[in-house]
Each structure stands twice: as C-alpha cells, then as structure tokens.
Design a protein around this ligand. Sequence first.
Ligand SMILES: [Zn+2]
Length: 422
Amino acid sequence: MDKLKMILAVFLMTAIFNGFGAEDIQAKSSDLVVVLDAGHGGYDFGASGSGLYEKILNLKIAQYCKSELEKYKGVKVYMTRSKDTYVGLDERVSIASGVKADVFVSIHINSAVTASATGAEVYYPNLNYRPSVGAKGRKLAGEIQKKLVALGLYNRGIKIRTSSGGTVYADNSAADYYAVIRGSKKAGFPGVIVEHAFISNPADVRSYLSSNVSLKALGVADAKGIAACYGLKKTGDTAETLTKTKLTKLTGQSSTSVSLGWSKVKGADGYEIYRSASKNGTFTKIATVKKAATVSYKDKSLAGGRTFYYKVRPYKMVSDKKIVAGFCAAQKVKLLKKPSIAVKNQSSTRTKVSWKAVPGALQYEVYRSTSEDGKYQKIASVQDVTSFKDTNRRANKSYYYKVRAVSKGVKGNNYSSYSVAQ
Ligand SMILES: [Zn+2]
C-alpha cells in the first residue's frame, strides 16, 4: 500500500510539473500583456460631477484605449471589467495575474473639494521591495503623462504614494498606498493609476470629459503612452508602407528663388527637401517641412541664373523614430537671369524698351507704371524679340518700365526677377 501511495505521489508530482512546464512555454509568448482597469463600476460610482459618473467615463476611456492599443503589433489587451459591474480591488489584480500581465493600467477621473483643482497626474509604484517594478512603472507613468499633457491637460506630474499606516511589503519596507499598485507589485508587474482630469472642475469637464470625442482622445493618449514606453509598433509602421511622392511643381519664382510643390503621401508626418547643383551630384537636405498638410516650399536666396535639381521624400514618426520613404525622381529648374533694360523715347507718344536676351527665356513680359515705386501693369508679352515699342502712351507723362523673362518649368512658368525700373 505504501509503495503504491508513493508511486501515485510521484506520478501526481510529475503531472503537476509537466503542467507547469506547459504553462511556462505558453507564457514565453513575446506579446506584451496589458491589463486595462476601468476604475469603480456597479454600485461603486466613483466620483461624480456635472451629471457625469466616473465609473462610466473610466470604462469608455479604457475601451477607447484598448481599441487604439490593438492597432499595435505584439500586444494583448485585457480588461478587468468590460461592463458596468463591480469588481473588487484584489480581484482586479488577480484577473491581471491570471492573464500573465506585464503591466496594469488603472483608469480613473480625479475629484477635489475645490473646483479649481485641474489637470492630469499618474501614480506609479515606489522603489521599495521590487525596485525594478517601480522603475518600470515610473517610466510608463512618465510616457502616459507626456501624452496627456500634449492634449492640453495641466501637468500635475507623476507621483508615488507610500502607505503611512504601517502597511509593508514582504521585506518590511513601506508598501504603496493604493491597493492595485501594491497588489501588482506583489504579483511582479508594475501598476499605475492614471487620473485623467477633474470631474469637479467645470473647465476640465468641458474640455476633456463631456464628449465621446474627448474621452477617446484620453484613451488614445494612454495607449500612445503605453506604446512609447514599450516601443510598440503599429501594423504598417514601416518604410514600405510610406509611398514616394512626386514633384507636381518646380518653377523659378524669381532669378534667385524656387517654388516647389509635391503630391501628398498618405500617412506622412512631413517631407524632406533635398537640392543639388548637378544631376548626379551630392544632394543636400535644405529643409524639413514638419506638417503633413503642407506640400509646397519656397527656396530663397539662390545664386541667380543657375540650374538646380530637387528631390523630396516623405517621412513619418514612429515611437519617436523617423522613418523615410524613397526619394521622388529629381527634377531640374533653370533660374532665369534678371534682364537689364534700356528705355528710349522715340517720340512724344512712342517709347522703345529693349533688353539683352536672357539665356533660356522663351518670352518676356513688359510692365509699366506712372510712378517708379507704384503699381506696375503688364502691357505686353513678347516672344523671339528683345524689344517692345510702347505706342499706347500719352505725351507729357512719364512712364517707368520693367521687364522679366519667362520660360517653362515643371507644371508652371519660370520667371526671372524684374529688371530695375527705367
Ligand atoms: Zn477613481
């Protein structure tokens, strides 16, 4: 009987060890496990104000956060509650342990007696007992807070709160005050509490809590903070998904400036502009346009009458890293030299304006004004000649003339600077 018992015991123990072994293999999945904890719920309403209840807002923010986080690769998201139900604090941490959480993010709305209290703050674990858990939590708190502050929320900072009532960890060090932060640390993962805004502050409510759009912004900010902390990448966050652009316009604006335009690239955060003095020469970055919506640029103060080559490439930022697409085909622009003109009155009603041919010019525009610094009007556009006779003038009146050269650019005309008025 004893022998049989022993065999049975060995058999059972082997089975248990094998069982653990299998779970260990499962736990080795490289996915980051994030547990989102919508605070309060059920009969526990949390804070309230302006007709809003914290438990409802928390759940919405958590759901928006989950949807955003799930756009990233290598992450699994769980919720401690997905309905308006009561879940105890210890149970929340147990749920997280049960799914092998790497991190626990508790979502709350703040409240204060004074209506003026405002802004966002994030609580993270102290450095007692398991300092590496505290350090990880601190980093996460910082990243989430950064994203919330970027929405315009007042920065109350990231904080720790240690129990003053004698609650201690296994090593007798003072424990964290908040149960979910303490419980998470005991379970081996960092827990943070995000206090998004104040339900007791009418301005916070108006700007951040009173519409689904603003609640979504909070949830998305949390997700971006988590993603930044753990270096998560969105599906499609690679250079291959960023297509090249095309130059849609490249023209001389004057003898010394160039106007560029290019097609908008989906997903780009901005564009880099490169220039070279020769087609196969070295292209140098001359500007970075940091707005996704801006698809044009003016390059000024160039050497007059010279030829330049331009190319543009889009970029996007992924977790603070710049990803660039390939360059578009380089295009050339030849700047036209500024003409110099001579003006001769041939009779009281006829004036001849002449100039030296500008290399590359296809046309010349002649402008006239009755005062030197006044408004000039185009009176003629001429081709294949280097002079113009103005017969449409009155006697005893002085006129001033200017000429500029014109050629064809990429989708538009190249213009030289205006000649000095004569
Ligand atoms: Zn709360």
